[in-house]
Write a new protein. Structure first.
Length: 471
């Protein structure tokens, strides 16, 4: 057989019916993740047709988007933001019982944002096809799985058949050579990439991230990178699995054990792009040139190095974005006054993210007038962080330590910013109103977010890291 890319291998091993000029192919799905927002109509459809879930053992649900991050009151009542949010959660709780599906619900020690909790329990594994009614499903591609978001109608198709109609996308290699500088994180890398290729740069492609800077990333950093593939328009983002992947996965609840683990790893080691395999397109990036980066506009492609001047608007839409953000071309983002700092979301709410932020915040205070929310991505992250005392570091600094959920990433659960407020956020979307009507979002790394909370303005974390090194 001729040389194949990792993506080709994943596709070939899951396409059960080939596509033709007039019909899409049929792809077998190994894992279907479900959350409360995009599943109600899908389950209703099954009900109305008298269908059951085809592979309950390959379906796993969680509660994350609509869940409040404040604890229940003395009567156990949770402070849902709206009756709709509460109904959505109740609906999924009912659906998993009616259809016999596992739910990481309120009483589970594993509940969390779907893209944090799925990998943590070992449901996400190399070589799988993974779907979820959620655009950030590409996160799971960090494990060498073909993972992408689907719509609610397709959620129904997968529930009923465990298959999906798909045409094969093209492949794009993003090769990152060199090494990231101190204070420059995986988040800066992916923001830089989207800034470079644009929000349409990945459209029609599955991206494979390669190169020595990608190999050097931890598993959690790889998830941060793959998470935002959709923000470049890509169908999915992938990183070939290696020892970093296997070490991270070994021993987790849902991965194979004993001899079966060894066999799985041996098979997973074949999941690499063959020498001589061709991508449809390639981009090269030099990691050593990347600075801590932030967004300055209203989509994730409007990215600038934190100390570099904001570029002039190229068109009326960009000018509208600058006006909305109250940002001036020619001035850097560093120094912009900050109202709210949010550390959370499926992009950056894992233990290493919280450690990075805590490193800067330890012994310091959130600036007067700044509100800071730290929201762990899952119950596991919360437990691990609390056992290290990170929650205390954040609380001592004056930040709020919340319960796991999507929180202020999407502002549909009660956590939101006020009109006009500027939020430095570790999430992945900065659209108008994303974090509350009129709220202005600056996407950044946990290091930039923590430094900005302390400074009360958008700040370069290297100022604080250097102080520490000097001390
Ligand atoms: C609610 C859900 C459908 C949505 C998505 O698909 O990504 C959300 O997670 C988001 O981040 O905007
Ligand atoms: S954390 Fe944000 S981006 Fe991630 S799934 Fe939740 S709403 Fe979507």
């Amino acid at each position: 057989m001729s040389a194949r890319t990792l993506f080709d291998k994943l596709w070939d091993s899951h396409q059960v019916v080939a596509e033709s000029a007039t019909t899409p192919g049929v792809l077998y799905i190994d894992l279907h993740l479900v959350h409360e927002v995009t599943s109600p109509q899908a389950f209703d459809e099954l009900r109305s047709r008298g269908l059951s879930v085809r592979r309950r053992d390959r379906t796993l649900a969680t509660l994350d988007h609509s869940t409040p991050t404040l604890p229940p009151d003395a009567n156990g009542k949770r402070p849902y933001y709206t009756p709709e949010a509460e109904a959505q959660v109740a609906m999924l709780e009912k659906n998993v019982v009616d259809f016999g599906i596992d739910l990481m619900g309120w009483d589970s020690p594993n509940r969390g944002i779907v893209h944090v909790a799925g990998p943590e329990v070992g449901a996400t594994q190399p070589g799988m096809t993974i779907v979820c009614g959620d655009s950030h499903t590409a996160t799971h591609g960090a494990f060498g799985a073909l993972a992408f978001g689907i719509g609610t109608t397709e959620v129904g198709h997968v529930l009923a058949t465990q298959c999906l109609l798909q045409r094969k996308p093209k492949s794009l290699a993003i090769r990152v050579d060199g090494a990231l500088q101190p204070g420059v994180t995986a988040k800066d890398l992916i923001l830089h990439i989207i800034g470079r290729i644009g929000i349409g740069g990945g459209t029609g492609y599955v991206i494979e991230y390669t190169g020595e800077a990608v190999r050097a990333l931890s598993m959690e950093e790889r998830m941060t990178v793959c998470n935002m593939s959709i923000e470049a328009g890509a169908r999915a983002g992938l990183i070939a699995p290696d020892d970093t992947t296997f070490e991270w996965l070994e021993g987790r609840e849902r991965v194979p054990k004993g001899e079966a683990w060894n066999r799985a790893v041996a098979q997973w080691r074949t999941l690499t792009t063959d020498a001589g395999a061709r991508y449809d397109s390639e981009v090269r990036i030099d990691a050593s040139t990347i600075q801590p980066s932030v967004t300055y506009g209203t989509h994730p492609g409007m990215v600038v190095a934190i100390n570099a001047p904001v570029p002039a608007a190229a068109d009326a839409l960009e000018q509208r974005a600058l006006d909305y953000m109250k940002v001036t071309a020619g001035k850097p983002m560093a120094g912009e006054a900050v109202d709210v700092v949010f550390i959370g979301s499926c992009t950056n709410a894992r233990l290493s993210d919280l450690r990075a932020a805590a490193q800067i915040m330890r012994g310091r205070q959130v600036a007067a007038g700044v509100r800071m929310l730290v929201v762990p991505g899952s119950e596991q992250v919360r437990r691990d962080a609390e056992s290290e005392g990170l929650h205390q570091v954040f609380r001592d600094a004056g930040a709020e330590w919340r319960e796991p959920g999507c929180s202020m990433c999407i502002a549909m659960n009660g956590d939101l910013a006020q009109p006009g407020q500027l939020v430095v956020s570790t999430s992945n979307r900065n659209f108008e109103g994303r974090q509350g009507k009129g709220a202005r979002t600056v996407l950044a790394s946990p290091l930039v977010a923590a430094a900005s909370a302390i400074a009360g303005r958008v700040a370069d974390p290297r100022e604080y890291i250097e102080q520490e090194a000097a001390a």
